[in-house]
Design a protein around this ligand. Structure first.
Ligand code: SAM
Length: 239
């Protein structure tokens, strides 16, 4: 399947991604459970354990969407800012926070490529299943580096490429045949889920993405693959 978005101007990709998430916002949480069989919850738990937030820290959860990562981070007592380019996703997140009685989070509309936060403001920066949707990834990584203080940590949870033989083929068939159908069935939106799968397929592999994190200025970078790299936690440190 070719989505063709690599041939269109950058502003158009940002607009198209905006359309996708506005369209999926209300069905987003249910679809995550349906598509991953609930596994996304375990990946997110593991991610936040790796981040190890502490009370009093300032953490920016970029592309925070409906709050899954932010809610977990906030359990530590850290101050969490949820930033996302899409107001509909943030709205769903704020509703969920209110229903769960979680307050104290800061919700803000922002593009990961151009942040209004001052230099060296945050102790930690997290981005989960968000970076592959960003039009200019190097720009977003360099903004992450800018807003972190010295000694601050960068953590990214994202789909990657599994290196397990056999599993890659099963996953490929599942994602191209089953996911768009699930999208149609549960969210009446086949095209958006086709885009999401296509964006996963196009995302750079683990060594390439780790190199991009280093190029943005981070040191001691690392990658922790799950399911052979189907999903991976990339990290880096600002000095
Ligand atoms: N982090 C949440 C989670 O793990 O459930 C949401 C992930 S969702 C797949 C991707 C999010 O990235 C969407 O909410 C979308 O609006 C946001 N996004 C896409 N491009 C962005 C950008 N340039 N800057 C900030 N957020 C962006």
């Amino acid at each position: 399947v070719s989505f063709g978005y690599e041939d269109i101007p950058a502003t158009d990709k940002t607009a198209r991604v905006g359309g996708v998430f506005s369209s999926v916002a209300r069905s987003y949480d249910i679809m995550n459970d349906a598509m991953s069989g609930g596994a996304h919850r375990l990946w997110k738990d593991r991610f936040v354990r790796r981040v190890k937030p502490r009370a009093g820290e300032q953490i920016l959860d970029m592309a925070g969407g409906t709050g899954d990562i932010a809610f977990r981070l906030a359990e530590s007592g850290a101050s969490v800012t949820v930033a996302d380019i899409n107001p509909q996703m943030l709205e769903v997140g704020m509703d969920r926070a209110a229903k769960r009685g979680i307050d104290g989070l800061v919700w803000t509309e922002a593009n990961a490529e151009m942040l209004a936060f001052p230099d060296r403001f945050f102790d930690g920066y997290t981005i989960a299943f968000g970076i592959r949707n960003v039009t200019d990834i190097p720009k977003a990584l360099s903004e992450a580096h800018r807003v972190l203080r010295r000694g601050g940590r960068f953590y990214c949870l994202e789909f990657s490429t599994t290196l397990w033989p056999g599993f890659a083929e099963v996953y490929d068939t599942y994602s191209h045949k089953v996911v768009p159908k699930l999208g149609k069935l549960l969210a009446q939106d086949e095209d958006s889920y086709r885009y999401l799968i296509e964006s996963i397929r196009r995302f750079p592999d683990m060594p390439t993405f780790e190199g991009m994190i280093r190029d943005a200025g981070f040191v001691q970078t690392g990658v922790e693959p799950m399911l052979g790299g189907l999903v991976a936690i990339h990290s880096g440190w600002k000095i």
